[in-house]
Design a protein around this ligand. Structure first.
Ligand SMILES: [Zn+2]
Length: 104
């Protein structure tokens, strides 16, 4: 496990993630991103920074499930959930997540 700062469009989340997730989050530009990691569990997120509030908060942001489409996005891959991490104070979106599942 590593503690990393993960960047989203509206803020950053500091979270405990696995080495595998860390690799996914590293797009090779010197910082780590939220979107490629998938959904983080609330207890793994230690704090977050909201760009709109310009402030850091302890604990995890809110997780808002936008939809659970169960749609095929590619051969052998299904999108099972899409959602956002949002700020407890101002409700702005810090970043998005997607959960995929491989078709049997
Ligand atoms: Zn905020």
């Amino acid at each position: 496990m590593v503690v990393l700062e993960l960047h989203g469009s509206g803020g950053r989340i500091i979270a405990d993630i696995t080495d595998e997730q860390a690799k996914l989050s590293d797009l090779g530009v010197g910082k780590n991103f939220l979107a490629p990691v998938g959904k983080l569990e609330e207890q793994k997120m230690q704090k977050y920074f909201c760009k709109k509030c310009e402030a850091e908060f302890d604990g995890s942001p809110k997780i808002q499930i936008e939809e659970s489409p169960n749609e095929s996005v590619a051969d052998g891959l299904i999108l099972i959930e899409r959602g956002q991490y949002t700020c407890h104070k101002c409700d702005s979106i810090l970043g998005e997540y997607r959960v995929f599942q491989k078709k049997e």
